[in-house]
Design a protein around this ligand. Sequence first.
Ligand code: NAD
Ligand code: IPM
Ligand code: MN
Length: 368
Amino acid sequence: MRHLIAVLGGDGIGPEVTELAARTLVEAAALHGVKIELQEALIGGCAIDQTGSPLPEETLALCRSASAVLLGAVGGPQWPPEARVRPEQGLLALRRELGLFANLRPVTIHPMVVPSSPLRPELLRGVDLLVVRELTGGIYFGAKKREGDRAEDVCSYTAAEIERVVRAAAGYARARRRKLTSVDKANVLETSRLWREVATRVIETDFPDVRLEHQLVDSCAMQLVRAPRSFDVIVTENLFGDVLTDEAAVIGGSIGMLPSASLGDGPRGLYEPIHGSAPGLAGRGVANPYGAILSAAMLLRHSLGLPGAAWALEAAVSAALEEGVLTEDVAGPGRHPAATREAGSAVLRALRRALPDRSRHEMPMEER
Ligand code: NAD
Ligand code: IPM
Ligand code: MN
């Protein structure tokens, strides 16, 4: 078996963490007899600088022909929000063009990282939740207007857009603890009232074994940090999901720890850590690569159908954390922080410990 994976490092720390995600991906797949061919392309600010477009045709064509896309992050102060062409447009267009309507953002916390969360340890123990964020609709993609002192962003959803993401989320809930929290603002927004209606119908009709709860987004924001263990799967619209998952990163110890998978109807997906380009860290070699590496694990599971390889990579990240290889965002006081590359090497070492002898001989020299 052979797979083509598009690698889009993007801007800021994006390329630094993606390089390690790609290397660990190749090794974890090799462990399961699958060969991966990596092909790099431009997206975001670096693509604007080199081609004028945040999503060049070539990049989109590569992504369409690949089994999956591994992405770092886009954006930075060089490309301000008021510019006409912006890096973020490239990412949004890619999600939309590939039809990736369901963004999976799992949140757990490894015991070694617990001290770096500002939340009390007893709140965090055993947290295991999954946010399914709608990714190709809502206010992100509605008409935008600016007329003098007036600005407008339209938020619209169709029942079909809501239904498909709720179905996806309910499917994941079914494979987990069978609890689904649908998050909206139905006391104010019409799109939310439709959201609630559709979610209720889908669950009542096709997922009677899944317990559905509706929660208002403001209340959910509070419950998330007050009682994170009370959640199993959360499904919500694009903007709410964006905001709630940065908040949820506090439950995970650092935003550098959280992975994501963006999926559509088929196996092709886009995999990226939930963090941004962290311009303040770029070029210093100190960014946390674990969220990017765990995104590569999600790629193995969801796009390549290699749950064993995914598990091996996740176990390797856990092993690196257990060894105390912690980047500065999670190291805490009194511990010497690991560099980005040291964290990547620790994961590769842990993966190799799990490799059968045969594969060890096939490894390139510099990797031994
Ligand atoms: P950010 O996620 O880049 O950074 C927020 C904070 O988290 C910063 O303090 C940063 O140093 C820290 N951080 C982020 N990733 C880290 C990592 N891997 N290791 C250690 N610390 C990390 O968010 P921001 O500063 O609001 O945004 C910067 C730029 O990134 C903006 O242009 C924004 O549009 C873009 N952005 C892109 C994506 C994406 O490409 N998916 C996601 C979010 C933000
Ligand atoms: C994310 C980011 C993006 C989003 C930006 C960069 C467009 O914040 O992936 O969470 O808002 O979806
Ligand atoms: Mn975000």
